[in-house]
Design a protein around this ligand. Structure first.
Ligand SMILES: [Cu+2]
Length: 636
């Protein structure tokens, strides 16, 4: 007799095995093992259930979702977040980084760094992916095992240390895999660390097939290794086009984050804690509110520039983190961690703060409000989406909606409050119980996830500001867009999993070959009801040029009119995105960033190839339709 955790149809696992991936065969075997290991678990309290509401649009596989008991009660507002985040400090690397993988010294067999000699290395950093046995998410739960990143200070944390980087200062980040290789339970002790939204070369991007440990290597690496060097050039996109040695400052990225991206295991590895912030500065967004340069924006800066990562998690009746590695619909978290803690407190000074909000997944969507204890909405200024400063701030905002891995930078002026004021960050966006498919209604008063106490006057005058102009956008050229080829990507449910253009992800299969330096329109299509897919395109940001639902144009909200790297594809929606492919060569993925969907195969690999001056620059190797936009383009 089956236990609930194996109530996933057998066919789902068969589909994965049919992809001929050793890891998917492993997963299938693990599913069987898990079934038996979970027999005694307290989670086996129910078998199948129907959806609790009376929605008529059920798929045939709707009834396989299992009823998981809610997480046990927590004790709110006991854990204090630090006043200052921990910033990773540079270290000397031994051995020194090299262009070719230093496999003799234990580096995984990556491809040589592109543009290594040309860009050079100004700073070097080191992180270790490690287990930690005693993390306390909340005082009501026992200390428990997490995975995180350790920097200069002993002990891994989740999120890991924040990296401050700067345009014009190329860097190496050496990431060691110190995870226990005899690990049992969900997740896998190999890593491939993606720097989300970085304009960085393929071999440093954390491609899913590039996972490594001292004894294992992914299919797109030549050999295993204990560490891998990541060369972040910290150049703006447009480096080749502008020939100015730095690229186009209008392409600046700001709020990035690093996270595990291991093939088939991204969700559990990130869920265990393998993620951290990476903030990128330049002469405009200089990270110094005292900066005397006339071009500097002087936004609130460290320690008043504070990133906040939100993760939905589920705990078993003993208060231990729970994950279902088999169910392709996953389990929606009912506790929301803020920088690794449930219902923490942040004490702030009565001055301006820049908060960088990140939905770190795996599956929940949020709509955050800042409210008083009586739930009165407070106003703030919205300055950046997906880590990119908008051309102009959006003033007097009261809410921020975040699909998975979307980011929002906001500035809150706490000088408006008397010392002693208490505020709450609340999430008002709901999902159906257990449901990882899409968000539903916005309901007041919402769930309080963070308490903010204005507890002191600033020690010095607050000289930070939010100027009326932030970072200009490169104008879109209608002629260039009209001349660009259109590549269509359909995101769909297939055999209980998720596919793109009818295929499940295979890291060795190239779904699109794109000429370096070219531009394309990508048409992201969701033909289905009942599912939202936050689609993430690696390496290059795009601009949304149209959004339609059932063929009807819908408005593009102001915060989505800048550069983006995550496109929330709602039901029956098509989003057209204009993209350029610049400066580096090689493989990158596009995938749904609902981590459950991603691991259950909603991902494609696309490659940038050198311009060998052939007359037909764009060719798909498989299932992708491509057509010249002019004349044939369907405009919704
Ligand atoms: Cu999805």
């Amino acid at each position: 007799m089956k236990t609930p955790t194996t109530d996933t149809p057998e066919s789902n696992n068969d589909v994965r095995a049919n992809i001929q991936s050793p890891r998917r065969i492993f997963l299938k075997q693990s599913a069987t093992a898990l079934a038996f290991s979970c027999v005694a678990a307290p989670l086996s309290l129910s078998a199948k259930k129907r959806r609790r509401d009376d929605d008529e649009e059920d798929d045939e596989d709707d009834d396989v979702r299992t009823l998981i008991p809610p997480s046990p009660p927590t004790i709110p507002w006991q854990i204090e977040l630090p006043r200052e985040i921990t910033v990773l400090q540079p270290v000397d690397l031994d051995p020194a980084p090299t262009e070719q993988a230093n496999t003799a010294a234990g580096e995984a067999g990556r491809a040589p760094h592109q543009r290594f000699a040309e860009l050079g290395v100004a700073l070097t950093y080191e992180l270790r992916a490690k287990e930690r046995p005693d993390w306390v998410y909340n005082p009501a739960y026992p200390p428990q095992r997490i995975w995180g990143f350790e920097g200069n200070v002993p002990g891994a944390t989740a999120p890991g240390p924040t990296i401050f980087a700067r345009y014009g200062q190329p860097m190496i980040l050496r990431i060691h895999n110190a995870l226990p290789q005899d690990h049992v339970g969900f997740g896998t002790p190999e890593i491939s660390t993606h720097l989300h939204n970085a304009h960085t070369a393929s071999e440093s991007d954390g491609f899913p097939g590039d996972y490594y440990s001292a004894v294992k290597a992914g299919p797109t690496l030549a050999s295993p290794g204990e560490f891998k060097d990541h060369h972040y050039g910290n150049i703006y996109a447009g480096y080749d086009e502008l020939q100015n040695g730095i690229g186009d400052p209008r392409e600046a990225l700001g709020t990035l984050f690093y996270h595990d991206h291991t093939f088939d295991f991204t969700a559990p590895n990130v869920y265990r804690g393998l993620a951290g912030f990476f903030l990128l500065f330049d002469d405009i967004d200089s990270g110094d509110e005292h900066d005397p340069s006339p071009s500097a924006l002087r936004l609130p800066s460290h320690p008043y520039d504070y990133p906040l990562m939100f993760n939905d998690k589920r705990f078993d009746p003993e208060g231990i983190l729970y994950w279902d590695q088999v169910n392709p619909e996953g389990v929606l978290g009912d506790k929301i961690c803020v920088n690794g803690y449930i219902e923490p407190v942040l004490r702030v000074a009565a001055r301006r703060y820049r908060f960088r909000l990140l939905n770190g997944g795996p599956s929940r969507f949020y709509e955050f409000y800042l409210v008083s204890p009586t739930n009165v909405e407070q106003k703030f200024t919205y300055i950046g989406n997906d880590g990119n400063l908008l051309p102009a701030p959006l003033l007097n905002q009261t809410k921020v909606r975040l699909g998975i891995t979307e980011r929002a930078d906001i500035v809150v002026d706490f000088s408006r409050y008397v010392v002693g004021t208490q505020l709450y960050l609340v999430n008002r966006l709901t999902h159906r119980p257990e449901d990882t498919r899409q968000p539903k209604d916005v309901r007041e008063p919402g769930v309080r996830v963070l308490k903010i106490i204005v507890d002191r006057f600033p020690t010095e005058q607050d000289v930070s500001r939010v100027p009326p102009v932030l970072r200009p956008l490169r104008p879109l050229d209608p002629e260039e867009i009209a001349a660009a080829p259109v590549r269509r990507w359909v995101f769909e449910r297939k055999n209980g999993m998720w596919a793109v253009n009818g295929r499940f992800f295979d890291p060795t299969f190239v779904s699109a070959r794109i000429r370096q330096g070219s531009a394309e329109v990508w048409e992201l299509v969701n033909l289905e009801d009942g599912w939202d897919h936050p689609i993430h395109i690696h390496f290059e940001e795009g601009r949304i040029i149209s959004k339609t639902v059932k063929g009807q144009n819908v408005p593009i909200p102001p915060h989505e009119q800048g550069r983006k790297d995550v496109y929330v594809l709602g039901e029956d929606m098509t989003i057209k995105v204009f993209l350029r492919f610049r400066d580096f060569l090689g493989k990158h993925p596009m995938h749904c960033h609902n981590l459950i969907h991603e691991d259950h195969a909603m991902m494609v690999r696309w490659d940038i190839e050198a311009d060998t001056s052939g007359p037909s620059p764009n060719s798909g190797s498989g299932s992708v339709d491509i057509q010249r936009a002019t004349g044939k383009r369907r405009i919704g």
